[in-house]
Write a protein that binds this ligand. Structure first.
Ligand code: FES
Length: 379
């Protein structure tokens, strides 16, 4: 790779997502990790991650998310946070909360961590256990959310909404309020990775989504009346939208992910695409960002076929999501079928209809597990 190969003016990345590991004690059936995550057992070591952080910061990245899998399983997390702080990143830990304790919160605070985002699966023990595959996780998360708040962190609580918990939106928001959340992300499940595999059992109905949105709006009004500053974000599922999201702000535009094994990706789902992605050992992050074939493949709009190529909205949505386009059509360059202008929109409408017809028993969802992972990639 050579920087001279860069075909256009390209801005540096602003965001680095450091996926430290695919290991995780939970088994959520909507995990965005790749189906074949069990193949990637080798992880970058501490020195290699520090090198990644230094390179990304030197390029201009300012926001750094530590995620996984569960990043807390890395015993060197505090070392990496301290280096990130020294370099001047704004750091966010994206965690299930399982594996956190008071001593670790204190150590992370001393290392200079700025922000913690904890995920919740449900408003009660029973459903949370059925979703996460752990009877103890929910209570541990609540305890850790309280401890994080007590330690003075701004706290984001994230709930992935799907057909089994979306009708509990009222109770979920009440729980987040009680926990003292500063921001609540009610993030509708996105259908990549394990969620795509389990789509028919996860996709809510349009009526469920509309009810949940109305409940959220009522909560916003009540919170404002109380003078309580808790931001409530509700992300509508792509499948019920008419236009695609501007995924990652555009391919290779602001966002860079480094996967546990050192693969450098334009988004956390890109491994699912039929493309080769460079590794940190293949060259500098700068060469990869500016000059690699993978990062340049869907930059700009020259790659876009119709109807995107001549669409007046192509600079807003960048043709939508490349991973979603591939997972649904088999062609990563196709228009995202979420778009009502896509000739393949029927794929979305059919999926919604199939989900409405499916029994949707939570017991039929395939949990994210290494043994399933092996089954899928061998088969
Ligand atoms: Fe990969 Fe949208 S998730 S481009």
């Amino acid at each position: 790779m050579s920087l001279a190969a860069s075909p256009q003016a390209i801005d540096p990345p602003l965001w680095l997502l450091a996926e430290l590991t695919y290991r995780c004690p939970l088994q959520c059936p909507y995990c965005s990790n790749p189906l074949d995550f069990a193949r990637y057992r080798e992880e970058l070591d501490t020195d290699a991650w520090i090198d990644v952080l230094r390179q990304a910061r030197a390029m201009g990245a300012v926001q750094l998310g530590f995620s996984g899998g569960e990043p807390l399983v890395r015993r060197d997390l505090e070392v990496l946070v301290a280096e990130a702080r020294r370099l001047g990143f704004y750091t966010n830990l994206i965690t299930s909360g399982v594996g956190l304790d008071g001593a670790r919160i204190e150590a992370l605070r001393e290392a200079g961590l700025d922000h913690i985002q904890i995920s919740l699966q449900a408003a009660d023990d029973e459903l949370a256990a059925a979703v996460a595959g752990s009877a103890k996780a929910h209570a541990a998360k609540l305890a850790m959310a309280r401890a994080v708040k007590a330690a003075g962190y701004p706290m984001v609580l994230n709930v992935v909404l799907h057909r089994h918990n979306i009708d509990d939106t009222d109770r979920l928001i009440a729980l987040c309020d009680e926990l003292g959340a500063d921001v609540v992300e009610l993030a509708s499940c996105q259908y990549y990775g394990w969620a795509k595999l389990n789509r028919a059992g996860l996709l809510p109905s349009r009526a469920q989504v509309e009810r949940a949105e109305a409940v959220t709006q009522r909560w916003r009004e009540r919170l404002a009346e109380r003078g309580r500053e808790m931001r409530l974000l509700f992300v509508v599922p792509d499948y019920f939208a008419e236009r695609p999201k501007a995924c990652m702000g555009g391919w290779g535009a602001i966002f860079m992910t480094v996967a546990p094994d050192g693969s450098v990706l334009p988004c956390h789902s890109a491994r699912e695409l039929p493309m080769a992605f460079p590794q940190v050992r293949d060259g500098s992050l700068e060469e990869i960002w500016y000059a690699s074939e993978a990062f340049n493949r869907f930059r700009g709009d020259a790659w876009m076929p119709e109807p995107c190529g001549s669409c007046s909205e192509r600079h807003q949505d960048h043709g939508g999501c490349r991973c979603q386009a591939f997972l649904l059509t088999g062609d990563p360059a196709a228009a995202d079928p979420v778009c009502s202008k896509s000739p393949r929109r029927e794929l979305i409408d059919r999926a919604v209809a199939e989900a409405a017809d499916s029994a949707g028993d939570i017991a039929t969802l395939v949990p994210r597990q290494a043994r399933h992972s092996r089954t899928f990639w061998r088969g």
